[in-house]
Design a protein around this ligand. Structure first.
Ligand SMILES: C[S@@+](CC[C@H](N)C(=O)[O-])C[C@H]1O[C@@H](n2cnc3c(N)ncnc32)[C@H](O)[C@@H]1O
Length: 239
């Protein structure tokens, strides 16, 4: 059973609006793979990105949470949805673009498994295709850690996020949702997720054996800096 299963039905409520990320993803695909027709999403979750991507592309999503896939099925009737592990899957075809957005790779908790995700993305890309993913940086995790609890309010429920550092590169993210069940009575739901955070140089060195070109993008500033919180990797020209 995936860690996401028990919490899946509240996931969208806790995470809130992700339409900006979905729009950014669409812009990146248009810029870096203008002729793309097919897109594979690794860790498609409840289908928010797929829903947007399916407006323009033939889409396939893979996730290892059956509960998240069930939600995705409701949102994206047109997408092909597959149950599987993104570090181990093998499909008998290739795609114009492979994406792994919204820090999904951080949820893969060994670097050997990250390497397998990269190899799989590469193996499932057509020549000329692009692999696009983003990561939470160490700076972001440390910001959350310094501020023990971040409270957010989305559609009638409060959620909190707190981050603990377990050891070098390894963090635990605790998400709590307080949902109002009737006036002044809230029910609490909790999810703890381990996250692996890897230095940018190490990621780049791994990607360099698979792709000829890797472009870095910080959606919040002109260039990535030490203050970057979310970093996109756009990998093109697969070797
Ligand atoms: C942060 S959510 C992102 C979901 C989606 N990409 C989005 O943008 O809304 C991470 C998703 O990755 C899935 N996931 C994590 N590790 C996985 C693995 N090894 N194989 C397949 N899916 C995985 C989780 O079940 C979850 O749905």
């Amino acid at each position: 059973m995936s860690r996401y299963d028990p919490f899946a039905q509240y996931y969208d409520q806790v995470i809130g609006d992700r339409s900006e990320v979905a729009k950014l993803l669409m812009r990146l695909i248009r810029r870096h793979a203008p002729r793309a027709r097919t897109v594979l999403e690794l860790g498609c979750g409840s289908g928010t990105m797929l829903q947007e991507l399916s407006r323009r592309y033939e889409t396939t999503g893979i996730d290892n949470s059956r509960a998240m896939l069930k939600l995705a099925r409701k949102k994206c009737a047109k997408a092909e949805l597959l149950f599987g592990d993104i570090s181990e899957f093998s499909l008998d075809r290739q795609f114009d673009v492979v994406v792994c957005p919204f820090d999904t790779i951080n949820h893969v908790t060994s670097f050997r498994a990250w390497q397998r995700v990269f190899e799989n993305a590469h193996a499932h890309l057509r020549p000329g295709g692009a692999f696009i993913f983003d990561v939470n940086t160490e700076h972001k995790m440390e910001m959350y850690r310094a501020d023990p609890v971040t409270v957010d309010f989305h559609s009638g429920a409060f959620s909190t996020v707190s981050v603990r550092r377990l050891r070098r590169w390894h963090y635990q993210v605790d998400l709590t949702l307080f949902r109002e069940v009737r006036s002044d009575l809230f029910r609490r739901y909790q999810m703890s997720l381990p996250e692996l955070v890897v230095p940018t140089q190490k990621i780049l060195s791994e990607l360099s054996s698979l792709f000829r070109r890797v472009t870095l993008l910080d959606p919040d500033r002109r260039r990535p800096t030490a203050e970057t919180e979310e970093l996109f990797f756009i990998c093109s020209a697969p070797r």
